[in-house]
Each structure stands twice: as C-alpha cells, then as structure tokens.
Design a protein around this ligand. Structure first.
Ligand code: PLP
Length: 400
C-alpha cells in the first residue's frame, strides 16, 4: 500500500516526519532541522510555535471550546469588528473553517443579493484561467481546472471561465445573467500570477457599470502575505463587494471568513446559511491573536523589507542560472519562479538540503515562508537554492 495505508492517497508526501516547529524551522523525529519556506501552503504566517496565538489557544481551551452560532460568540464578534474596521467595504462577516467554505458563502451571498434585489436571473459567476478556489463541488466548478473536475460527474451550471487578464473577453462575456466576478488578486495554485493593477480597477468598473458583484479570493494572498493586510489594498479604488479569506488568518488553526459589504450581507438572514463550527471560540481566539500580530505596522514593514530583499536575491539567481530560472513570479512573500527544469525535481533537491518549498501550476517553484523571517533566513534559503540550481542545470528541460 502507498504511504498513508488507511489515509486517502490524495497527497504524496515525502518520508520526513515533522514533529515540532519553532519559528521558520521544522524538526523531524530524528532531530533534523528544515528551513520551512512553504508554511503549510501560506498558512503559518507567524511561523511555528509563536507565543501569542499559542497562549490565546490555551487560555480559550481552559474556558469553552465550542458553542455554535446558536449562542453568543464574543471572539467571533471581536474578530469581525477588526476586519470591518480595516476594510472600508466590509460590514458583515461569516466565519468558516476553510477557504472553500468561505468561497461557498461568498458565492451564495452574491446570488442571494441579486435574488433579493429583483434580479433572480443573475446567477452566473465569472472566473479566470488558472484560478483555484478549493475542492468542494462548487469551488472546483468555479476554478474550472479540468484536472480537478475530471471523474466527478457533470459540471455545475452557473460558471463561466475566461482567459487571464483579457478585458475584451470579459466585456463580451458579461450578460443579464452575470451575478459576480470572482478572482484571486494574486493567483496562487495557478502559478503565482499577480493580476495587473489596471485589471483590478477595470473589473471594479465593469462590476459597477453592470450591477455585478466583485468577489476576491484572498485565501492565499491575504493575511499580510504580500506586504499589505490584503493584496487588493495595493491598488487604490479596487475594493471588492465580498472577500473570502482563510489560510494565514488562523496561522495554522483552521479558520476562514467570508467578508461582505453591508448591501450583500443584508440578505443573509436567519436560515439562509450556517456552519456548526463557524466562529468557534478556539478558532476565533487564535484568529484574534494572529490579527493583532499581523496588523502591527512593524510586522508588515518587515514583510516588505524581506520581500524586497528576496526579490533582489531572486533576480540575481535568475541572472546566474539562465538555464534553470525562466521567470520570477508572485508578490511579496508569495514568491517563486517559473523554472526551465522540473520544479518537482528541484523540490527534491531542496529537501535533501533541508529546505521545504512547494510548487504551483505551470512548473513554478512556490515559496511562501512564514512572514516572520529575517535576512539570515533569506541568505540560508538563497544559498540552498543556489546549490540546487547548480545541480538542476544537468537535468533535462521541463516538458509541459
Ligand atoms: C487554498 C485555497 C483555497 C481553498 O482553501 P481550503 O482551506 O483548502 O478549502 C481557495 N482559494 C485559494 C486562492 C487557495 O489558495
């Protein structure tokens, strides 16, 4: 049998067994130390074993673990208020346990808004090539990646997939039945592609002109990852109507959220939606602690300083290894490179040299280190990558 024996073999992990983490490092049961430059896919934003969310979790564990939305959830209220104060568009929040659930809520909220406002025919959601929105039925249909749809029966109606950053195609696709445009401001899984600023502004305008809702999926690029609390905040005037977040917002504890404007949130009245665990006291205790850390100005300042340094170092790698590195990708600390050699092979070499990374569509080496890293971690990572690229030069070119 394969690795998991009784686990679904939906993942194919290496043999290392990590039993402990500290800051930007993970330790195996036999004491080996690995530099973690993937952070559970953009999740462990504060690194491992950070004292503040750990204390919040333990304190809450001594009080009450679970109540459900049937009862008052003060931790959820406090966290929702923090999001809404930081995001001018936001007035209402629904907490979930994952990114896909946050997107399910976002898409339901969008359709409900139009239904309540006399346009029940507006149901279609437009998404873009390379998108990734999760693995539930609705979210694989939203993503539209044929690899993720194959074998799972008929595709769902109500989703329209367009080429990436093609405004003409978008204008043509808009119709009376368009409910929303859903986009990641920086595509994660699809290959770390930032949406150009003018495209985000263009989307906002198309939505305003046609009574369409703009939904951002900031599950991967939010929570400080790009150097702003949320990636769209780099572009003035490109606010969404709805935003889905998860991954980094819990720093490792499962929590996500659908954050909506007042007009969108208004339709989600009692009985329209629910989640047993949504807003769970343990999850929101950690969520509050993570938010309080990442929203400190000094925290994001560090992310930006380190992002600039990484960018400079990666430019140098690209210059020194033209046979290996094709193109730099990403934004902030969601950073990577499209490789000419197989990214999976390069990842194996990194692992042998005690560094963890990931990959993304399009043969991209995906790096998403904890946001707390410093210059020393960058130097260590770049030295390892340099040694790997030296080896990778000998590999055959990647055939897509
Ligand atoms: C990971 C991810 C999701 C899905 O989140 P889950 O917590 O795995 O359900 C959705 N959108 C984006 C952009 C993601 O990176």
């Amino acid at each position: 049998m394969a690795h998991g024996d009784h686990l679904y073999d939906t993942y194919n992990p290496p043999k290392q067994n990590f039993i402990r983490g500290e800051g930007a490092y993970l330790y195996t049961e036999n004491g080996n130390k690995y530099l973690d430059f993937i952070a559970g896919i953009s999740v462990n934003c504060l690194g491992h074993n950070h004292p503040s969310p750990k204390k919040a979790l333990i304190d809450q564990a001594n009080k009450v673990w679970h109540l459900s939305g049937m009862f008052q959830l003060p931790g959820a209220k406090a966290l929702a208020e923090k999001y809404c104060q930081a995001l001018p568009f936001a007035e209402k929040v629904f907490f979930t346990n994952s990114g896909a659930e946050a997107l399910e809520c976002a898409m339901k909220s969008a359709r409900k808004y139009h239904y309540d406002n006399g346009s029940p025919e507006k149901v279609d959601i437009i998404t873009f090539q390379g998108a990734f929105h999760g693995r539930t039925f609705a979210t694989i249909n939203a993503g539209g990646n044929p690899k993720y749809l194959k074998g799972f029966g008929p595709t769902l109606p109500g989703f329209i997939h367009l080429p990436f950053a093609d405004h003409d195609a978008l204008e043509k696709a808009i119709s009376k039945t368009t409910a929303a445009i859903l986009i990641e401001p920086v595509q994660g899984e699809g290959g770390l592609r930032p949406v150009p600023d003018q495209c985000l502004l263009g989307l906002r305008k198309v939505c305003d002109d046609n009574d369409i809702l703009l939904i951002y999926d900031e599950v991967q690029c939010g929570a400080g990852r790009t150097g702003r609390l949320f990636a769209h905040q780099w572009v003035e005037g490109a606010e969404p109507d709805i935003m889905a977040v998860a991954k980094g917002v819990g720093g490792g504890f499962p929590i996500g959220a659908c954050i909506a404007s007042g007009k969108v949130g208004a339709g989600m009245v009692p009985g329209t939606h629910g989640s047993t665990y949504g807003g769970n006291p343990l999850a929101t205790a950690v969520g509050n602690a993570v938010w309080d850390e990442i929203s400190k100005p000094a925290f994001l300042k560090n992310v930006n300083i380190i992002s600039d340094l990484i960018k400079k170092e990666f430019e140098q790698l690209k210059h020194d290894f033209p046979d290996v590195v094709q193109e730099l990708r990403g934004k902030g600390l969601l950073c990577g490179m499209k490789l000419k050699k197989p990214a999976l092979e390069v990842r194996k070499m990194m692992l042998e040299k005690f560094m963890l990374g990931g990959s993304a569509g399009d043969n991209v080496l995906r790096l998403a280190p904890p946001l707390i890293i410093n210059e020393t971690h960058v130097t260590e990572a770049v030295n390892i990558l340099r040694a790997c690229f030296e080896e990778a030069k000998k590999l055959d070119d990647f055939e897509g």
